[in-house]
Write a protein that binds this ligand. Sequence first.
Ligand SMILES: C[S@@+](CC[C@H](N)C(=O)[O-])C[C@H]1O[C@@H](n2cnc3c(N)ncnc32)[C@H](O)[C@@H]1O
Length: 221
Amino acid sequence: MDVLPEHTRRFLAATAPEHTAVQAEMAALADEWRFPIIGPEAGAVLRLLARLADAERVFEFGSGFGYSATWFLRGGADTVVCTEFDAEEAERGREFADEYGYADRVTFEVGDAMETIDRYDGPFDAVLIDHRKASYVDAYRSVLPTLRTGGVVVADNVTAGPVDFERLVAHAADGEPLPSADVDAATRGIGEYVDVVRSDDAVETVILPVGEGIAVSTKVV
Ligand SMILES: C[S@@+](CC[C@H](N)C(=O)[O-])C[C@H]1O[C@@H](n2cnc3c(N)ncnc32)[C@H](O)[C@@H]1O
């Protein structure tokens, strides 16, 4: 189900920033591998947030070959810690960074992002959560202490992707229960994430229906 009307989607796609050369190559690879990158509409929001937050250090949960990271870099971020289970994806990310001259600005950590974050103290200025949907709340809780006040956390796939958006709407608007984890772990994970950030006084949150829907939270304490 498309969250936005077709003509609005076309307008946002037509007015999103052009890909850089490396982003265009990554987007072609994503098509070839059928790999879910965040895309230019949501990517432009990452760029904007990095710029507004004057971001220096960024942490990502789930980076693939580093497409989303390039948007933070375009927004002026100094460095991005990329995390990825899949060694081939991470290696491709390193190759892109070498070829396009930004290898000193990205670090690819292969392994479980939930363990990698424990090895970093921060402070981080921006965070992207885009890995296993059932782990979003744990990721948020583990990274929040490392986020500086005024920093931002972006979570992808809050309206589309591997989630049942109708169930999320029924939960948020009508108080319907979320599906149990054994029935639909991704939808439950996203629903719980939205509940947690909306009720946490440490952050202010807005949902933006760009790309596959992003929850943007800024730390206020
Ligand atoms: C949606 S893709 C990331 C796309 C990327 N953020 C982008 O827009 O370019 C999700 C990635 O997270 C990885 N992943 C899932 N769970 C993970 C975990 N616990 N630790 C590290 N990587 C994980 C998957 O292997 C997959 O490559």
